[in-house]
Design a protein around this ligand. Sequence first.
Ligand code: PL4
Length: 404
Amino acid sequence: MVKRNQDMAKLQAGYLFPEINRRKKEFLEKNPDAKIISLGIGNTTKPVTPHIDKALSNAAAGLGTKKGYSGYGNEQGLTELREKIAFKIYNGTVSRDEIFVSDGAKPDIGRLQLLFGNDAVIAVQDPAYPVYIDSSVMYGKTENYNEKTNTFGSIVYLPCTPENNFFPDLSKIRKVDVIFFCSPNNPTGAVATREQLQQLVDYARKNKSIIIFDAAYSEYIQDSNIPKSIYEIDGAKEVAIEVNSFSKSVGFAGVRLGWTVVPNELKFDNGIQVRQDWDRVLTTLFNGASNISQKGALAALDNRGLKEMEETVSYYMENAKIIKATLQELGYEAYGGDNAPYIWARMKTTKSWEAFDQLLQEANIITTPGIGFGQSGEYFLRFSAFGHSEDIKEAIQRLKVHLK
Ligand code: PL4
């Protein structure tokens, strides 16, 4: 028999989202007539808008013709799409060659781990999207306290709670190699200000760290003073990689398309460009994003597509607004929801899995328990705004009855 990868054995529990689905399934087996409303997993529900959908259909139909057929493409993505992302999303502040089109932010977060050695110390916000920690553990990082070395392994938690305005005191953080930072944040819905992001970049420059900036929800930012990209911050190109996605902005969660920016200025301590290694990782382990998805993304970034993107975002943000207002009316502390599609609510003295089960049993509403995102998430629930508006309205009526 083959020995199990011991890094897999170190993972603390099952992945959060399948566990939520497992509990939902178990509940439905016992209550087959229940009409469940999901405010749980951040999964898009609104159909792809017409202009973007047409581009996808045309690309798919074209594959059945000699003229429209294409096989493998460049691993880095269509040149035209890289260029369009550079200009439409980054106003030309990053170049086409620094953009790598992918099959989504999550797969890129996993692959990025290959850039760093096993001894790299990782910092994550607490609470955080679980992929940062779980992928770090899979790649050999340790979470547990080590009595022999008196260290807490190679993962450093940065509590981000209402008490510190969801931003860590970086002056108290020891030197780390890689910092995962997500704004707009999943799960708290908090956004980092320009000043806070400048502090983060300054920390990384001083400590020679690399920031992996997850901007998957950047299109949800409504406040024009909040940066949508880390590259709006002075010095960021020397220290930051940015991952982004079309999943939430145009509903490509199932279509699959994202990108990662690795600036030319970003180097390892031996002077080698990080970009060079990233290119090597992709050309070896990835065969390029779907040609159909890339045609859809090209349409999403032209004028009509960008307008449709705005409509999609507004639709979910309207949901976010009413969920947050309802929770606050009911006397709950609720955060986020203004520049992000998530609302982070403190369930007073009820622990998060208990609050999750209570809402499922009594109101038939699925949420995400805060503890699933880290210790600082205990006593919180995350409410996702990615539902049909009629379901959100129904959910709100149920919350008013059951969440007192
Ligand atoms: C459920 C901060 C959702 N099975 O779709 P991608 O791969 O381009 O982006 C995934 C992603 C990346 N970064 C952040 C995210 O929040 C997400 C998606 N997160 C959620 O409910 O937290 C979907 C989760 C999915 C998963 O595991 O990602």
